[in-house]
Design a protein around this ligand. Sequence first.
Ligand SMILES: *Cc1c(COP(=O)(O)O)cnc(C)c1O
Length: 233
Amino acid sequence: MDTIAENLRHIEKNILSSCRKAGRNPDEVTLIAVSKTKPVSSLMEAYRCGCRHFGENKVQELVSKYEQLPKDIKWHMIGHLQRNKVKYVVDKAYLIHGVDSLKLAEEISKESMKRNITAHILIEVNMAKEETKFGVPEAEAEALVKEISLLPSIQIEGLMIIAPYVENPEKNRQYFVGLRQLSVDIKEKNIDNVNMNALSMGMTGDYTVAVEEGATYVRVGTGIFGERHYETV
Ligand SMILES: *Cc1c(COP(=O)(O)O)cnc(C)c1O
């Protein structure tokens, strides 16, 4: 089995070649090491290789790792955030991906205001119209952005997508293209207090295609840390 260091080198090389192919500056792309279910020792291994962006999808796990690991790590909350858990994570997350409702944004705004901070968020869009997925429908995204832009202590930085699981990553290219186009369309509206600079798209199976289509954050778990085992041991 390859080590975390080897996996990281491999992924960074692939990101570079996707950037070259698309004529992009590699500095625009940040690799988020998705470390859910993985022990602190594995995160430290990635940290020693230079990783400073980590992604978790459970509040409790993010908080626990936040407390144990170096303070220069930027934590990304990538999972669906429940409103009653916002208070635990709002001051620890560098970026909250996956905001898809006004109610959730209101809670984030309220908890940020209490702490005198600004929360940075991405709007999750359900481009593939999957019934089981979270995310705002594409047609409703702009309206949601406008509503959230009026709230205090919360700043929209861009859009996020969880693409369908596919064997052939080319199948997801259409969704990455669509998400980028949507962000360009929203940007052109010049809504106050809204940035559309961040595009969080691409996972282990399809990050090279996502980078070709403009991803600024790719979220890679299995490709760095190996398969996840969910059973408790
Ligand atoms: C788990 C997860 C990932 C990483 O998935 P891999 O296929 O292991 O790279 C990325 N994004 C989100 C939202 C996730 O929950």
